[in-house]
Design a protein around this ligand. Structure first.
Ligand code: UDP
Length: 493
């Protein structure tokens, strides 16, 4: 008698829930590709708002990619009224709204997926650290749940200490004078995992509040105290060699920590689903041709980009413009359409100053958005004037490009401090930077002499090798990724 056919075991099915901002959906999509390439069914959750933006930026077929079977996209509401602007939504309001409306939406999504023919049951949830509510939903539904914090370990370890800052009386600040009276220089070197000599000003800016009930402060403390310990493990997009001290301190609190970075094309097959991207803005395709065809020498172009959230004033833009012009250095400058805010709405109409185009000629290209990783990997790119968002910092390290650091907020100030002091790849720029300082900083970073720019270049080249080794077979991040994959696959079986 023929034995009955064995039913195929269901594929493991990971539900990925990034926080709805560019710096979060990018590493999440890389993780999605890495899991999909390892045989997982993956459901990637965008907010309805961002899904709409992706369709506008990428076209109607944005998600119908050949070879992406089993990598599906679903949406949940973000809880905010529709915004007419592409400007990154108010992150404070977004954090509150997603925490309020997310739990019911995620529960309903899991239930719907589990009823859908041809879709294996959801077997694990990987939620953004900023979407920690999803861990509690997953646990209530009996599912394994992991948190992916998409920022640096040095930022994360500072967040882990936010409760201590409150308990020890550093935060909330006594009054507004603390912002200007030198209080920010108070040492906090008792904090395990931070770099020696760390000061309050090196910690993520969310501590800079006089309000004991400040939204970001309390949400972050909740993430670290209530969400992270409930998760079965946490993921960080970094590598052990880079952030050993911060990671030791993190693992002492959260032992099942997987360092899987830099996530990217090293951890999936070559050219894996290349058209499946998560840029919320449309790339300006002139960048590659301009870098290729302008006859620039190797590592001679400075790339300027302040990420997806930074907003600046017209005056600051003018200072950068004239500083770049005076530097004499070729530059590629990304000016997001919603980047300038002069008290009113974003996108209030800043234009390149009169005479600027004539002053720089073909030496400068200004675009609204670009494929940043491609620009950083281009041989002509030799320096990155950056706000030091974690993805930008890591992408720069992976490409071996040194940094000029002009952090804006959150843990960008921590990343910048590490880049300059610990990793040796960056030169720090003052917050109130004028055109003369921009010019001098660009000249110093790009100078051919054996000064601080050359030292940063050498260190960046070393970190590039270490970053690539971490994600190569046998590297620490690759091992962690495979261990994570095995752990979640075994729990699905
Ligand atoms: N990015 C891009 N093109 C741009 C600007 C940014 O592709 O013109 C990407 C960049 O590669 C990175 C992300 O957007 O992956 C920005 O994340 P980051 O953490 O650096 O900063 P945030 O936007 O969160 O402040």
């Amino acid at each position: 008698m023929a034995s009955p056919p064995l039913s195929e075991p269901a594929k493991p099915h990971a539900l990925l829930i990034p926080y709805p901002a560019q710096g979060h959906v990018n590493p999440f999509l890389k993780l999605a590709k890495a899991l999909h390439a390892r045989g997982f069914h993956v459901t990637f959750v965008h907010t309805e708002y961002n899904h709409g933006r992706l369709l506008r930026a990428r076209g109607a077929g944005a998600f119908d990619v050949a070879g992406a079977e089993g990598l599906r996209f679903e949406t949940i509401p973000d809880g905010l009224p529709p915004s007419g602007l592409d400007a990154t939504q108010d992150i404070w309001a977004l954090c509150e709204a997603t925490r309020r409306t997310g739990p019911a939406a995620v529960r309903a999504l899991v239930e719907r997926l589990d009823r859908t023919d041809g879709v294996p049951p959801v077997s694990c949830v990987v939620a953004d650290g900023a979407m920690g509510y999803a861990v509690h939903v997953a646990k209530e539904m009996g599912l394994p749940a992991y948190l992916f914090f998409t920022h640096s370990a040095c930022g994360f370890v500072a967040y882990l200490n936010f409760d201590q800052l409150v308990m020890r009386g550093y935060v909330p600040f006594k009054d507004e004078s603390c912002f200007t009276n030198g209080y920010l220089d108070t040492p906090v070197d008792w904090m395990g995992g931070m770099l020696p000599g760390a000061r309050l000003r090196d910690l993520p800016t969310f501590i800079r509040t006089t309000d004991p009930d400040d939204t970001m402060l309390t949400i972050i403390i909740k993430q670290c105290e209530l969400d992270a310990p409930v998760a079965d493990g946490i993921l960080l997009n970094t590598f052990d060699d880079l952030e050993r001290r911060a990671l030791d301190a993190t693992r002492a609190r959260l032992p099942n920590t997987f360092t899987v970075g830099p996530l990217g094309p090293d951890v999936y097959p070559p050219s894996y689903l290349p058209s499946l991207t998560s840029s919320l803005w449309r790339d300006d395709e002139r960048c590659a041709a301009w870098l290729d065809g302008s006859g620039f020498g190797a590592a001679s172009v400075v790339y300027v980009n302040f990420g997806s959230i930074t907003v600046v004033t017209s005056e600051q833009m003018d200072e950068f413009a004239w500083g770049l012009a005076a530097s004499g250095c070729p530059f590629l400058w990304v000016v997001r359409p919603d980047m300038v805010r002069d008290g009113g709405a974003a996108g209030s109409g800043w234009a390149l100053p009169e005479g600027f185009a004539e002053a720089v000629g073909a030496r400068g290209l200004t675009v609204g958005w670009c494929d940043q990783e491609a620009v950083l990997e281009h041989p002509a790119t030799g320096g990155f004037l950056s706000h030091c968002g974690w993805n930008s910092t890591l992408e720069s390290l992976r490409a071996g490009v040194p940094l000029l650091c002009w952090p804006f907020f959150s843990e960008q100030v921590t990343n910048a401090r590490y880049a300059c002091v610990e990793w040796g790849v960056g030169l720090e720029m003052p917050r109130d930077v004028g055109r003369a300082q921009v010019e001098a900083a660009v000249r110093e970073l790009m100078a051919a002499d054996d000064g601080r720019g050359a030292a940063a270049r050498r260190r960046a080249a070393e970190w590039k090798e270490k970053a690539k080794a971490a994600v190569a077979p046998g590297g620490s991040s690759r091992d962690n990724l495979e261990r994570f994959v095995q752990e979640i696959a075994s729990r699905a079986a």
